[in-house]
Design a protein around this ligand. Sequence first.
Ligand code: NAD
Ligand code: TYD
Length: 349
Amino acid sequence: MKHILITGGAGFIGSHVVRLMVNKYPDYQIVNLDKLTYAGNLENLKDIEHAPNYIFEKGDIVNAPLIDGLFKKYNFDSVIHLAAESHVDRSISNPLEFIKTNIEGTVNLLNSCRNLWSYGEGHLFYHISTDEVYGSLGKNGFFTEETAYDPRSPYSASKASSDHLVRAYYNTYGLPVVISNCSNNYGPNQFPEKLIPLAINNILHMKPIPVYGKGENVRDWLYVLDHAQAIDTIFHRGVPGDTYNIGGNNEWKNLDLIRLLCKITDEKLMRKEGTSQSLITFVKDRAGHDLRYAIDSSKIQKELGWSPSVTFEEGLAETVDWYLNNLEWMEHVTSGAYQSYYREQYEER
Ligand code: NAD
Ligand code: TYD
């Protein structure tokens, strides 16, 4: 039996990874460690909370003795590390929280592995990271696994730092590690601070949809379930010491994406065409806003046989449906501290 620690499993991507692993591998014991910050939500995991191979532990990865204690209690042989502060705008307002969780928290996990594993077969520390560590592209080109790191926001700098530390533990101590760097995810359960769920929520409430700058920044979007499949593939078949880039081959300018989202949502809500588009509002740009991210994912496609399976049109339609069918979820996550976050970020922007 494998004993796997998944960190950040109550968050957006983490909850999809936990569900996939719990359902697909009944003989694995999955322990989900999550601090339940504003972004962590056990409602995301209601359907599997009583599964016999699933355990939830509330805790902070910055707390080293707690991590050590959990390693001793459960005898983990592998870690899939997703816990992080994940939102660029929050990192601009409060970088220190990102340094603590993303860097210090990662090092605490690495230390427990280093101290308690004998490096025999079957151990793996799998670090989930972002393409933002590579910096910003101009109009052409793609990030490959060889692209030099050039992080530009406090968020991406903290993730880059954690990636470097993970590699340092591989080189220095021989810890078996693997890293993947993925493009922007979207799908059910994403907290409405990120562009797509924030826009859907505002469309539902007929509120302005804030588009930073001229809306010309480009992101590569991947459906979260495709990311979860890629994580499953890399966890089982990735080569220790290696890095894999994961992307959707699906680049969109923010403004074009928002227009498409408005069209899909208007159709589903049976609103007159153009109703939601009229909500688009250009606001002050994000400081240091990266122009373009684009991933070359040929390595994982060729070496591990993974490729995205959901088209953007399908994925966006599924996502809008999920939010329309889960109004209560949105109500719960936006009723408390979200109100002051939203005011601080957007009121006088
Ligand atoms: P999220 O913000 O939705 O969830 C993060 C989770 O981590 C939450 O459940 C939160 O409670 C938990 N957490 C935060 N600090 C913690 C701490 N100190 N101790 C324990 N738990 C803590 O994030 P997400 O979008 O699901 O991203 C998950 C991972 O994937 C992150 O490492 C992120 O950098 C990476 N990533 C995200 C994207 C994306 O588009 N969202 C793309 C590529 C990589
Ligand atoms: P976001 O979802 O925050 O992801 P990231 O910054 O990690 O790429 O933002 C996606 C893009 O959308 C990014 O270019 C910033 C832009 N954006 C807006 O234009 N308005 C918004 O309200 C938000 C949150 C983001």
